[in-house]
Design a protein around this ligand. Structure first.
Ligand SMILES: C[S@@+](CC[C@H](N)C(=O)[O-])C[C@H]1O[C@@H](n2cnc3c(N)ncnc32)[C@H](O)[C@@H]1O
Length: 527
């Protein structure tokens, strides 16, 4: 829950604001149930003493809505420093309430933590791509994705004609899904305030079963514009302008990874971070896939595990064309409103972000707000036993469905603002095991922007063994839960698999990184 400024007490399930958050905080104020949750999940309560984390804003890159750091500094009356390497992000010195500022009301800035920005960069959004954001509300990441699709670096900043604006706005789309209608309303308002609504549509649905593929109606419009631009370009050869740019854009789409270079000649947004996160599907990637698959095979000892069957039992949705009910969007611009909602493989998304519902324990600012909002509300919202019991299943279901809706070769980013192992490394370990080589982790830079990350936690071996269908044995712990013990060879494979997850995923925590707590995994869908 990074965009704290987007959350009202009501959106957090609290009826009334009873004051402002404390600037100083004593650990003794934390409720007993929460302390026991932290202890059970090996989360250091000291993270809640870091109450002076820097605040970040992202400046709207739209030239009509932009503001310079200098002007923002004047308006806010506090130091505003651009974050080197992460264009449009600025660090604020003071604890300003952004909601009431002119820059915020006019859609010139977004409140967003750095770690969330890094999650979006891990998606490596390219012009023309179709992105799905599962658990999208209130919408900080969705707006950033929409901005990357419509304001790609220099392209929009010098556009001069209306037709050019249209052409830029439809080169890619983002589809947001959330279960909560009032959070989706906030998301819709954010999109409109920041004038990003042309490429975005929203659905109120359960992200574990949502089945609407990327919009297809847009293909016809795009083809028409591309054809028009080609002839424009021939007739106006030499004079630069709109036609030339549209061809450039077309070649970005055709050339795949080389698009980065062409985009960034003039300095695209977040160049440095995008380069750090960009990882090509190269020979090196392929050998890593083979290694991951072989490890799982050796570990499972030919347990007869069939991932396709498993997947079929998890999903009850169908991916075939045929008669189906169309889902009415919660919000969609005219161009995307009457989409036929094709269901076939060809309409899967290029990139999917699953910013999963979680216990939010890493979001310091949010947790500390309950000091004034009332811990009872916190307990009701996040700590009730029912919720905790079903949360990991929900996260697994969200990730599985995100995977299902991604095209082969596409990227899925899984993130949470929890620091618990169960909601992060364990979900990833379970998922990779179930996918048995059809999904692989891609490396994420441990020191992007020079921000140190915390060590990842060792995923639970019983969960991995269970997912692989391996027999659990041994004396069992105090609760009677029986652990897994393998042959010496299997033990080695198990450790390698756990190390692999710890090595490839990222954790930010307030003590190590001086950011909100955040977990991130980048997954490539192989087939
Ligand atoms: C961590 S917040 C997402 C923050 C958001 N990605 C952003 O950047 O602003 C988690 C969201 O998951 C939503 N959610 C919870 N259960 C869901 C489900 N089954 N399907 C879809 N969304 C769900 C919640 O309503 C909440 O808005």
């Amino acid at each position: 829950m990074d965009s704290d400024d987007e959350y009202t007490p009501e959106e957090s399930g609290v009826q009334k604001t009873q004051g402002t958050p404390l600037q100083t905080f004593s650990l003794e104020n934390l409720p007993t149930e929460f302390v026991s949750f932290l202890s059970k999940n090996e989360i250091d309560p000291a993270i809640y003493t870091v109450t002076d984390l820097p605040r970040y804003v992202r400046l709207n890159p739209d030239p009509h809505l932009t503001i310079t750091p200098q002007d923002l500094e004047m308006e806010l009356g506090t130091k505003v420093e651009p974050v080197p390497g992460l264009e449009a992000f600025c660090r604020l010195s003071g604890h300003i309430k952004l909601r009431n500022t002119k820059a915020y009301i006019e859609g010139r800035i977004f409140g967003m933590d750095l770690s969330s920005g890094i999650a979006v960069y891990a998606l490596d959004v390219q012009p023309g791509e179709h992105v799905l954001d599962i658990c999208c509300a209130p919408g900080a990441k969705l707006c950033m994705i929409a901005g990357l699709l419509t304001n790609s670096g220099h392209v929009r900043s010098d556009r001069s004609r209306a037709s050019n604006a249209l052409q830029m706005d439809i080169t890619g789309t983002v589809t947001g899904v959330d279960i909560s209608p009032h959070r989706l309303s906030t998301c819709r308002s954010l999109l409109k305030r920041h004038r990003l609504q042309q490429c975005a549509r929203l659905f109120q649905a359960d992200g574990t079963t949502f089945g609407v593929m990327r919009p297809s109606a847009i293909d016809t419009i795009r083809a028409r514009i591309m054809a028009g631009n080609k002839s424009n370009n021939t007739s106006s050869a030499g004079n630069g302008s709109a036609g030339k740019r549209s061809l450039d854009r077309e070649s970005y789409q055709n050339e795949g990874s080389s698009s980065d270079e062409s985009m960034d000649q003039d300095g695209g947004p977040g160049l440095e971070v995008r380069q750090q996160f960009h990882s090509n599907y190269t020979q090196k990637g392929e050998s890593s896939i083979k290694r991951q698959r072989a490890t799982l095979e050796r570990l499972s000892g030919f347990s007869g595990h069939t991932d396709r069957e498993e997947e079929a039992t998890i999903f009850n949705g169908t991916e075939t064309e045929g008669s189906h009910e169309k889902l009415v969007p919660f919000f969609a611009p005219k161009t995307l409103r009457n989409d036929p909602q094709h269901r076939s493989e060809a309409y899967k998304y290029d990139k999917v972000i699953v910013d999963a519902e979680c216990t939010h324990d890493g979001s310091i600012a949010h947790i500390l707000k309950y000091e004034s909002w009332g811990w009872d509300n916190f307990h009701k919202n996040f700590m009730s036993q029912n919720r905790l019991d079903s949360l990991m299943d929900l996260q697994r279901g969200l990730l599985m469905n995100g995977f299902r809706l991604t095209k082969a070769g596409g990227i899925i980013v899984y993130s949470t603002c929890s620091l618990s192992r169960a909601q992060n490394e364990d979900v990833i370990a379970w998922f990779l095991t179930k996918m048995h080589g059809r999904a692989v982790l891609e490396p994420l830079p441990k020191h992007a922007l020079g921000i140190p990350t915390a060590n990842c936690k060792r995923p639970c071996r019983s969960i991995i063994a269970d997912a692989l269908g391996l027999q659990q044995s041994g004396p069992g712990n105090a609760n009677g839960i029986v652990g897994w013990h393998g042959t010496p060879e299997q033990e080695t494979e198990m450790i390698q698999f756990q190390d692999h997850i710890m090595d490839k995923c990222l954790r930010y925590d307030p003590l190590a990184s001086n950011t909100s707590g955040f977990f991130l995994a980048r997954i490539r869908k192989i087939s």
